[in-house]
Design a protein around this ligand. Structure first.
Ligand code: AMP
Length: 247
């Protein structure tokens, strides 16, 4: 596996390229995306960039979990060909002022509670697509609204990338894997199990009093019941598919 820190070092390849955009701190959810990309493409590129533009002031950018050495090891084990680790200057060169705003889809649910979040997400993904030029890009159903926003952007702007969405990977107790689960104390982790239970039962009262940002159906493809709750200082999101399967 090559660790590439600058886009000019990205090799131009003959075969198909699958890109998995990530913010690192890999878990089995990420690894499932790497596996899907591995199955469907000649070359697998994983990007690792903790994107400042998708964090609002006061969010967890500064303490977001980072472990590049471990990530390199895991990506290598999963058969990733290129780990692309750009620096901030590469993604946002000085004077940067061009943003992608998926207006409606980006302003409901997560977008309402994290203003500017999806503008950061859409912009970094388009930038990564332009740098890596993948045939396919892989996202997790765990972040259903993110997948919907990226699909909309790709359709609206005729971006020549096929968006693939893979099912949510969960721990044995049902909690969706997330890099942010590392913030939870053992007691909080126990309390967090209420989130998948409530979603699965379609019953908000099973959240056991956890503070709720939203617990709502959303007309993404596929339709989901999505929720965001706070467990102590940690904000967790999850969803269950209401009809059909993640494509
Ligand atoms: P992140 O590094 O958290 O930005 O996530 C990178 C990609 O992995 C995104 O497309 C996420 O939706 C996806 N992902 C994160 N957690 C999971 C999970 N538990 N199951 C499936 N995909 C996931």
């Amino acid at each position: 596996m090559n660790v590439v820190r600058s886009a000019v070092e990205l090799p131009r390849t003959e075969g198909s390229v699958g890109l998995v955009p990530t913010m690192g701190a890999f878990h089995e959810g990420h690894l499932a995306l790497f596996g899907a990309a591995r199955e469907e493409n000649d070359v697998v590129v994983v990007s690792l960039f903790v994107n400042p533009a998708q964090f609002a002031a006061g969010e967890d950018l500064g303490r977001y979990p980072r472990d590049e050495d471990r990530d390199i090891e895991l990506a290598e084990q999963e058969g990733v060909d290129i780990l692309f680790v750009p620096d901030t200057e590469e993604i946002y060169p000085s004077g940067f002022q061009t943003w992608v705003d998926v207006e409606e889809l980006g302003s409901i649910l997560e977008g309402e509670h994290r203003p500017g979040h999806f503008r950061g997400v859409a912009t970094v993904c388009l930038k990564l697509f332009n740098l890596v030029q993948p045939d396919r890009a892989y996202f997790g159903q765990k972040d259903a609204q993110q997948a919907a926003v990226i699909r909309r952007m790709v359709g609206d702007l005729a971006v020549p990338v096929e968006v693939r969405v893979c099912p949510t990977v969960r721990d044995e107790d049902g909690l969706a894997l997330s890099s942010r689960n590392a913030y939870l104390s053992p007691e909080e982790r126990e309390a967090a199990r209420a989130l998948p239970r409530a979603l699965e039962a379609h019953d908000r009262s099973l959240l056991n009093g956890l503070p709720v940002d939203y617990f709502e159906e959303a007309d993404f493809e596929p339709r989901v019941l999505a929720a965001a709750v706070r467990v102590g200082k940690t904000r967790l999101i999850d969803n269950v598919v209401l009809e059909g399967e993640a494509q």
